[in-house]
Ligand binder design. Structure first.
Ligand code: HEC
Length: 205
């Protein structure tokens, strides 16, 4: 993530934040898989995404450990990947929850989500130019859809949505769009998505 406000994030640690956010997102994705009411394509997309995150996790946790000056035995990623392959999602959840306790998502600067009207206005402009083209009318017949962010923000627990904003803003690898936002901008987008329903969203177009 490209940081526009390093002063805020360095107190926390960029890698620690990201590690915590990734773990919350994986846990949310596993819950989604467990509910089982998704089309087959989207289930495959989720499994691929979880598997991809697990692959990157050892390095990320190591960077987070370095940042916090602590030594920690690395978790057994092969086992996690086996659990995913066997669809032992309850066991996987238990393991990842333990890990998430050691690497909590610290959302300082992003939550609590409050913003002035002016910042929310800016967020709406950013949303319309940068995000709406892919996210406002999701094309769902694909493995990894770009869901409607207003719906997602209102359906998900706010910490999980904030974590998704930290790790997911750039879309996917193929978009090549790095997260260019400061904490205040992410926070303003979260306020926008949480407080503006879909009707307001279409009126504002
Ligand atoms: C070029 C299309 C595109 C643009 C532009 C785009 N996104 Fe996305 N976004 C996606 C796709 C596709 C995914 C799903 C990626 C995946 O499943 O791995 C995604 C995922 C996300 C996620 C994670 C959702 C989740 O369920 O974990 C968030 C949050 C997000 N985008 C926010 C934004 C914001 C905010 C903007 C504007 C600043 C934006 N995106 C711009 C295509 C886009």
């Amino acid at each position: 993530m490209v940081l526009a406000d390093p002063a805020i994030v360095s107190a926390e640690g960029e890698h620690s934040r990201r590690a915590g956010a990734e773990l919350l997102v994986i846990l949310g994705d596993i819950q989604k898989l467990k509910r089982g009411n998704l089309p087959e394509k989207q289930k495959k997309g989720l499994r691929d995404r979880i598997s991809g995150t697990l692959s990157g996790l050892p390095l990320l946790l190591r960077l987070a450990d370095e940042e916090r000056n602590r030594i920690r035995s690395q978790p057994d990623m092969d086992r996690y990947r086996r659990l995913l392959a066997e669809q032992s999602l309850n066991d996987l959840t238990t393991n990842l929850k333990n890990l998430s306790r050691s690497y909590p998502f610290r959302a300082t600067g992003i939550l609590p989500a409050t913003a002035s009207n002016q910042l929310i206005g800016n967020a709406l402009q950013q949303h319309k130019t940068l995000c709406a083209p892919c996210h406002d009318s999701p094309y769902l017949d694909t493995e990894r859809p770009a869901y409607n962010l207003f719906d997602q923000a209102q359906e998900l627990e706010i910490r999980e949505f904030a974590a998704r904003m930290v790790v997911g803003v750039r879309g996917d690898a193929t978009t090549g769009l790095d997260n260019p936002f400061s904490d205040a901008e992410i926070r303003s987008l979260i306020v926008l998505y949480r407080t503006t329903g879909n009707s307001a969203q279409s009126e504002s177009r």
